[in-house]
Design a protein around this ligand. Structure first.
Ligand code: FAD
Ligand code: DHB
Length: 386
């Protein structure tokens, strides 16, 4: 089989790239190792920057997002028994939107299939040749080869694309904590997201809809999910969100739970020959600040533009600039996610000095317009430039 762009991975990055290319008449085949139901129900991110919603809307897949997405104008930092609002829109003129990654994936899969796109589920890439270029994959118990002009490696952190970049330089950090994330059938106890710093550990109150809450707890990286029955989860959340004025957390049935390790990782460059890495295949951020999905969208938006220019004019100039353009934005998000993570989590190895500094920093962020603007402009996302 032959196509113009072989896309390895049918997560948000691979599916959106295929859709953006199709709109300009460029053919692609998406190879996804899992089945459709699995990719459509994998619980992950939910907070979209304005730049991300603009890309989805402008490319014609924003209809349900506009109907069901919840537009937010601020967030709350909660510590010392009190909440402090950061007015995101007041400080930056921009908004963020709550709309789950599962829904973006459903919208993109439906659209690709309706447009006659080739999305091959249960097709696992096993070998990538960035120079030939081609992708070897397994499907229905047989080995197949997909030949192409270019390969987009959108196969996430554990995929086969990144190892196909020889001489890749890597940069990483591990953190001494993880997140226990739950989805609960209960109306959110808040209209805006609450990021809580507490001596028992960080907690985040997010939401998915007026009926469904999304909550996260800092836990230890080797935590056993079995040690967290519903009652313990609700008691721990209530303790970390408690305020001096008696704020109450609504409880309800938990429908999904998982523990996510936290790490920072960047691989450079994001290209070798005809292979281009995008999204989690190239970089990972800890989830505090919700940059992972937004970075995946900005990478493939730049890659789509560069490929469109190549097919329209024959020029590879934008493809040559792809890695450097992405990495500028990636490193800003890496710094912001690291900063939000260390600002808000309780370091199990931290001493009293470290905790006092952290508390002073939080006080400063909520009392200085300059400091809260720094948080706000990174949180809502920087404009997409080459
Ligand atoms: P993925 O979504 O990982 O997609 C890669 C796809 O490639 C997958 O569908 C995979 O099945 C497929 N694949 C892998 N190997 C192969 C192969 N060999 N052949 C074919 N297909 C292959 N971000 C936030 O902002 N907030 C959060 O709360 C948050 N929570 C997260 C929780 C978890 C458990 C994880 C793993 C990530 C989370 N993230 C979060 C990050 C965010 O979800 C990712 O940044 C985002 O999914 C990146 O999209 P992607 O398309 O690059 O990669
Ligand atoms: C969500 C996840 C995040 O990591 C975050 O910072 C905000 C929201 C979410 O899943 O809704």
């Amino acid at each position: 089989m032959r196509t113009q762009v072989a896309i390895v991975g049918g997560g948000p990055a691979g599916l959106l790239l295929s859709h953006l290319l199709h709109r300009q008449g460029i053919a692609s085949v998406v190879l996804e190792s899992r089945d459709r139901a699995y990719v459509e129900h994998r619980q992950r991110a939910g907070m979209l920057e304005q730049g991300t919603t603009d890309v989805l809307r402008d490319s014609g897949v924003g209809e349900r997002l506009d109907r069901e997405g919840l537009v937010h104008h601020g967030l709350e930092l909660r510590f010392g028994g009190a909440g402090h609002r950061i007015p995101l829109t007041g400080l930056t003129g921009r908004t963020v939107t709550i709309y789950a990654q599962t829904e973006i994936v459903k919208d993109l899969v439906a659209r690709r299939l309706a447009d006659g796109g080739e999305v091959l589920f249960e097709a696992r890439a096993v070998e990538i040749d960035p120079s030939a270029p081609s992708v070897t994959y397994l499907r229905d118990g047989r080995t197949h080869t997909l030949e192409c002009d270019y390969i987009a490696g959108c196969d996430g952190f554990h995929g086969v694309s990144r190892p196909a970049v020889p001489g890749l330089r890597t940069f990483s950090r591990e953190y001494p904590f993880a997140w226990l994330g739950v989805l609960a059938d209960v109306p959110p106890s808040t209209d805006e997201l609450i990021y809580a710093h507490h001596e028992r550990g960080f907690a985040l109150h997010s939401l998915r809809s007026p009926q469904v809450s999304r909550l996260y707890l800092q836990v230890s990286p080797d935590e056993d999910l079995a040690a967290w029955p519903d009652e313990r989860i609700w008691a721990e959340l209530a303790a970390r969100f408690a305020t001096d004025d008696g704020w109450e957390l609504r409880e309800g049935p938990i429908t999904d739970r998982a523990i996510t390790p936290m790490r920072s990782f960047v691989g450079e460059p994001m290209r070798h020959d005809r292979l281009f890495l995008a999204g989690d295949a190239a970089h990972i951020v800890p989830p505090t600040g919700a940059k992972g999905l937004n970075l995946a969208v900005s990478d493939v938006t730049l890659l789509a533009r560069a490929l469109i220019e190549r097919y329209a004019s024959g020029s590879e100039a934008a493809l040559d600039g792809y890695s450097a353009s992405c990495l500028r934005r990636v490193w800003r998000a890496e710094h912001f996610s690291y900063w939000m993570t260390t600002l808000l989590h309780t370091d199990p190895h931290g001493d009293g000095f470290a905790h006092r500094l952290q508390r002073s920093h939080l006080d400063y962020v909520v009392s200085s317009t300059a400091a809260s603007t720094t948080l706000a402009e990174n949180y809502v996302g920087l404009p997409l430039t080459r």
